[in-house]
Write a protein that binds this ligand. Structure first.
Ligand code: ATP
Length: 237
């Protein structure tokens, strides 16, 4: 479904991503792991056209999307939920959800999807008319995910969905992602929370200092003591 090849991202003299290639197949859940500053956000930003000076090839469903605008990429079916639970703080929950569907023209479909996600995220129904700024961190993250889903992505990319959330809330977020997976959604998830991510993902990539240092199944990564220890600061199984 997604094939990013030979991606390079530089910020002036800083080489944030160096010749990294990753792929995501339809229906797969892929984790992108690595220490702070490894280049994970830069890599996924390059894929969705948000990093201006990226080099490399990005193909989605067979089409070269490298030169497309962010909006055109969203219309093709890739949506990124950025790090930091970015919601429109001064808009209500309902307005945030409708904005997620800004690229759609099917009014009834949008109304049906709002209903679908309010059923899936009951806390958002309870807070439907509240300003997003009044929500807790976990609720804002759920809103950020639900808003991304409103564009009907084929591939949902999530940048650190569990960042800064209490363990109980992290579990809730992963439960929701598991439901979405059961619906057949393809996902690429950037995570610091390695154990949760590997329990959830089919495959994983590890980047460190801008380079790809591991590609394999989640089970292979868990069994790879060296990678787990050297790059993720954890013991393998
Ligand atoms: P984190 O988990 O901390 O978000 P990351 O793996 O997502 O890290 P990036 O955010 O992609 O890593 O950062 C990779 C490198 O590029 C880091 O050295 C970072 O300081 C640098 N960097 C990222 N964005 C910019 C920018 N806009 N301008 C300059 N340097 C940047």
């Amino acid at each position: 479904m997604l094939e990013a090849s030979g991606i390079h991202v530089s910020y002036g003299p800083i080489k944030a991503v160096r010749d990294v290639s990753i792929a995501v197949g339809e229906g797969e859940i892929v984790a992108l792991l690595g220490p702070n500053g490894a280049g994970k956000s830069s890599l996924i930003g390059a894929i969705v056209g948000m990093v201006a000076k990226a080099k490399g090839t990005v193909r989605f469903a067979g089409e070269d999307i490298g030169a497309l605008s962010v909006e055109a990429i969203v219309r093709r079916g890739i949506t990124l939920t950025p790090e930091g639970r970015r919601v429109f703080a001064d808009l209500t929950v309902g307005e945030n959800l409708r904005l997620g569907a800004a690229s759609r023209r099917d009014k009834q479909g949008v109304a049906d999807d709002i209903e679908k996600y309010l059923a899936m995220f009951p806390i958002l129904r309870a807070r439907f008319n509240a300003l997003a700024r009044m929500l807790s961190g976990g609720e804002q993250q759920m809103l950020a995910i639900a808003r991304s889903l409103m564009s009907r992505p084929k591939l949902l990319m999530l940048d650190e969905p569990s960042l800064g959330l209490a363990p109980r809330i992290v579990d809730q977020i992963f439960e929701l992602l598991t439901q979405l997976r059961a619906d057949g959604l393809t996902m690429l998830v950037v995570e610091q929370n390695v154990h949760e991510a590997l329990a959830f993902a089919d495959r994983a990539y590890v980047v460190a200092s801008g380079k790809l240092v591991f590609a394999g199944t989640a089970a292979e990564l868990q069994a790879s003591g060296d990678v787990m220890e050297m790059y993720l600061g954890l013991e393998g199984t």
